[in-house]
Design a protein around this ligand. Structure first.
Ligand code: LLP
Length: 427
């Protein structure tokens, strides 16, 4: 985040506050989110796409009521994928028409709540869901705006668990074999649905625009088929999220401006070639907005040098606050932030306090060789999919999220307490 700075004595400031002070006030582990940076990223995406396109922030990356308010104030829309995310969005005042509802297995109850609330779109993910949503909308006397999510058959170069556009996975309806065309056929026949467009999401942490190009081309191809068969030009396409961020210096992310330009050029070109009116484009960045805005602050508890192997630095959190290293082999960096050290760099593995050896936060990192219990270390770029995927494994208490801005810090999601845990345990 831009507003993180080293102070003269080797400490670190974020949003104008010393990290050591933050640790004292809020404890560790904790996520510190730079509100100005979050808002600036929202604005960058909004401005890059302009009035001709819509940006939906993917709430799964991290959602809280404060975040919903910021999104609303910055003019972004919101993508939710569960009843819980929907409830959070509505309770913080996001207008329902600016919400998109996703998911491959939305329950009837979730669908009913979304239709009742009047969400701007529901993204249909299966043949059953086409009928289910139409039926629920009918029963409520409504016509629901929907998009159909298609799988375009692109192999995005990312981890298998977060790639979504190849055919052998659970999301969407395949373009291949005319399945998506059949889905459109069915949706157009149902009174409860207003089909407004086609949706594609090819995966996450992607740097190469080539996959988006192929996806856009294939989605426009479907629009042309739909026009030819039904005489209808669907007015919207959504190209999903998935834009990568820099976790380490090896990553080279694209700027929103560049992404917007590339996507709009491809879609316009393909539409011209097919003599189609250019549809309204939408995108759904999650990680690219919130990922870089936060870091996790930990306190070092033990330092264990293993002769001839490496040094294990254990912190007071771990896979319960960041599962991404264990789950995706994700890479992070780490820095000593509570003091200056001129000691030699030492190759370490930063691990958590959980009861398994895969509980790794940063696999290979350098910290000063005098790293010691009590030191504060920060892992940057943990704004996305860390708090939102946090767990209570080993009855860990999920850390707070603290928003920092203009020299002030305020808790937006408080730390869990043992009382919270025990309250759920009613046996
Ligand atoms: N739209 C749809 C339909 C999605 O499924 C996703 C992510 C996004 C947008 C936002 O993608 P983003 O811009 O944040 O990459 N937990 C994983 C990532 C799974 C993402 C699932 N869907 C991780 O920690 O990397």
């Amino acid at each position: 985040a831009q507003t993180v700075a080293r102070t003269a004595d080797g400490g670190v400031q974020v949003g104008g506050i010393e990290v050591a002070r933050l640790a004292e006030e809020f404890g560790t582990p904790a996520y510190f989110l730079d509100e100005d940076d979050f808002r600036a990223r929202c604005a960058a995406w909004r401005d890059a796409f302009g009035s001709e396109a819509d940006v939906f922030y993917a709430g799964k990356a991290f959602l809280s009521r404060a975040v919903v308010r910021w999104l609303h104030e910055e003019g972004l829309n919101l993508d939710v994928c569960s009843g819980g995310e929907l409830a959070t969005a509505l309770s913080a005042g996001m207008p329902a028409e600016r919400i998109a509802f996703h998911g491959n297995n939305k329950t009837e109850d979730e669908i009913r709540r979304a239709v009742e609330a009047g969400v701007g779109r529901i993204v249909l993910d299966s043949f059953q869901e086409i009928v289910r949503v139409a039926h629920i909308a009918d029963s409520l006397g409504k016509r629901q705006r929907v998009q159909i999510r298609v799988t375009v058959g692109v192999e995005a170069h990312t981890h298998e668990f977060i790639a979504t556009a190849h055919e052998d996975q659970k999301f969407g309806i395949a373009l291949a074999g005319g399945q998506a065309a059949e889905a459109v056929r069915r949706a157009l026949k149902l009174d409860g649905l207003e089909l407004i467009g086609i949706h594609s999401h090819i995966g996450s942490q992607i740097f190469d625009m080539a996959g988006f190009e192929v996806a856009a081309r294939r989605v426009v191809g479907l629009l042309a088929e739909v026009r030819d068969e039904h005489g209808v030009e669907l007015p919207e396409i959504d190209l999903g999220g998935g834009l990568g961020i820099a976790y380490t210096s090896d990553d080279d992310p694209r700027e929103p401006q560049e992404i917007a330009k590339a996507l709009s050029e491809i879609v316009t070109r393909e539409c011209e070639a097919a003599s189609l009116r250019t549809p309204r484009i939408s995108v759904e960045p999650g990680r690219a907005i919130v990922g870089p805005t936060a870091f996790t602050l930990y306190t070092v508890g033990t330092v264990k040098p293993l002769e001839g192997l490496r040094t294990y630095v254990s912190v007071d959190g771990g896979m319960s606050d960041n599962i991404r290293t264990a789950l995706y082999d994700a890479e992070y960096t780490v820095a000593l932030v509570s003091r200056r050290s001129d000691a030699e760099p030492l190759l370490v593995r930063v691990v958590g306090k959980h009861c398994e050896s895969g509980d790794i936060v940063v696999k290979d990192a350098f910290l000063p060789a005098d790293i010691a219990p009590g030191d504060l270390i920060a892992v940057p770029a943990t704004g996305a999919y860390c708090r939102s995927m946090a767990s209570n494994y080993n009855h860990a208490l999920r850390p707070p999220v603290v928003a920092v801005r203009d020299g002030e810090a305020r808790v937006i999601v408080r730390r869990e307490t043992e009382e919270d845990l025990l309250r759920l345990d009613v046996g």
